[in-house]
Design a binder for this molecule. Sequence first.
Ligand code: ADP
Length: 505
Amino acid sequence: MLSAYDKTYSRFVNQMILIDQKGEIIDNDCNIFESINGKQIDTIHPFFESLAPLIDREDKEYDFSCVNLNVEGKNHIVDLSFKTFEDDDNALITIHDLTSQYSKYQTVAQLRNNAKVQSEIFSYENELITKKEAFKDNFITNFSHEIRTPINTIGGTAEFLENSNLSQTQLYSLKVIKSTNEKLKYMVNDILDLSKIESGYLSIIENEINLMDELQTIADIYTKKCELKGLTLDCEIDENCPKYLISDKFRLAQVSGNLIGNAIKFTNTGTVTLKVRVVEKNTKMTTLEFLVSDTGIGIEKDKIDSIFDSFYQINNKQANKGAGLGLAIVKRIVEALNGEISVSSTTGKGSTFKIVFPFKISQNRTMETISIQQEKVKDYEHRVLIGETIKKDQVEISKTLNSAGKYYTVIVDNGDDIINQLHRSRFDIILLNLKLPTMDGFDVTRYIRFSELPHLNDIPIIALSGNPSEKEEAYCMKRRMNDYISKPYDKDVLLEKMKNILQKK
Ligand code: ADP
């Protein structure tokens, strides 16, 4: 009974044709052929013509696979066997209809072939892309190196010109050249960095670093930049931070410098804060969290995800000298150091960038923490504003003051900038070249002594004179300057005079 169902619903059940010795079909249960009983086997399909000579052989079995039988316009692919018997004159043909399997197999084979062709095309395209990328990287690297030479030459020549006798207008134009050149330099460095990163050549050089020293350097650089904008830089370092770590100090400085630089750039008033905190620590490893927060313009919610993309800049009114590459580079470096970066921000209130880095702790020094060393980011005792036009003298004075260790210096080269600085930040003393451009030393002193801002009126001023005379010194005192120094400076005299004045104050 089941055989009836088999024939109707199963395509895989054997179908049989029984033929006699003369090749006449005496029985069949075949659904490929219809009404074939009584017909000669070689008349129902040309394939069977080839079987006719085999009928006489005794007890033989012949297998044929993948036979294509086209019957009344329909194609069947079958495995077929032809069997003769020892004690029976009849022969049995068994047909296994595998049409659907073979067509599935064909589809699979076709797909496999397609996949093979696709993968060939893909690898060919890949090869082309790799070649193109290699060319691009090579080009960018060489080009960036080539372009640095003229940039440095422009910078050097501009500095040289600055110290020559230029008019106010010329000095202004020179300032534009210098700042544009600086911007170009940053962009070239960024592009070079990015191309190195993208071509997998970002070098990470790990060594033992003194975390506090590195943070101190960063704090020194960016405190000055903050001061120039009238901002404050706060540094809070967790005392449990291990003192000696294994890391790449240049990349660490690059990453934190970039974030602090952005914080300063996008903040007009208030504070930029760098906090370093221990998240986890054992004898071998520590995870530190670096937070760089500002009280600046903030980032709109829908833009936050894009700021790490290359060449992305939010179209805000903030003067921005960047190229939109800084954060893209930072993100890649952080990832190369196995860290993570994230940002939270509120428009109008400020932003906080968070980096979490794992560090190896330098062995043999595992117990040393920053607190044991009793160190802290340096607080300067006195803030000194220096108004000096001549580069050589600027360098000389700041060297002298830096060597004393307690002075924080801001140098400007014209009278207007002295006034700007005084409006932005607090200073304890001013060293003032009498021959400053825009407002000379006497005008600046008059402005200070008679300013409507009372905290300015008493700031001590030491006059610096390139052409000293008793008469000039007396005149300076009359104009309410506090002391007078002639060039070339005597370091000890300068420090002594400053010390005396500041002590009195
Ligand atoms: P850029 O060279 O423009 O500074 P970055 O990749 O460093 O490029 O930053 C991309 C953009 O993200 C900036 O143009 C700015 O719009 C935004 N951004 C970055 N840092 C801050 C921040 N601290 N406050 C506000 N906006 C920021």
